[in-house]
Design a protein around this ligand. Sequence first.
Ligand SMILES: [Zn+2]
Ligand SMILES: [Zn+2]
Ligand SMILES: [Zn+2]
Ligand SMILES: [Zn+2]
Length: 280
Amino acid sequence: MLKLDLHVHIKRFHRLADIRRRLKITGLDGFAVTNFWEIEFARWLQRRLEDALILIGKEINAREGHILGIGLQENIPDYRSAEETIAHIHDQGGVAVLPHPFLGVSSIPPIRRFAHLPVDGIEIFNYRAGPFLWPNTLAWLLTRNRTAALLANSDAKRVDMIGQCYNRIPGRSVPEVLAHIREGRVQRFTRMMWPTPRWAVRTARDVFWGYQNAFCGICHAPLHFIWKKQTRSCMECGGHIRTHVVCSKEAHFICKRCRTRRDYSIEAILAYRRENGLDE
Ligand SMILES: [Zn+2]
Ligand SMILES: [Zn+2]
Ligand SMILES: [Zn+2]
Ligand SMILES: [Zn+2]
């Protein structure tokens, strides 16, 4: 039985040594790297963390919401329909999982018009969504009789969250693990993060701080948060996108997709890591 967390975001500033230490402390056999946009960083990590079972994954922005593709060979395009996205994942031999299905924003609840989606797994417990109480409770109430594998993952964006929730899955290799997920042979382990006042303050601060620390990709002026969404056209791809966040100085706007493609290309990530000595 392997102990695996199947929904982990590894950021470019996470230290390799910290990730190795975290694997040791938690006793995890490995995890799926499910970053947005790209799988190159996941591939690179898989080569660097040879002792662990690293699954190449991606959290894909389908039109209807997020879908996890796990066990991927190639990048999967974003902004396609859920059906098309899942078909792409299956074509590559990967498994498709609905993450945090009742979180609201960016979620695809596997009921009603989405009930038929041919997903292999449903993330019935998401550690980071825990304090909101309703997403995991609804997932448990509404999907516990489904035949898809019911998973528990951390959705970690910090190293010390990796493995807070995990699954026990038989097998030794990536293909074996994927086959067992398809057959629903998964035992999940959940840990609750409670909505304490400290959590509320931290979450509010993280959201606020996130905007405070974001800068315009063109002139580096701080970005402003506006309550009512505005339609802006992206200066790189020309696409029209509705946004809450705009440059505070000029009307500069680069969409999230273009910005991410530029800042989070594998070359940019590795250069950043080299400069900051993150891979020792
Ligand atoms: Zn998500
Ligand atoms: Zn995620
Ligand atoms: Zn600007
Ligand atoms: Zn763009």
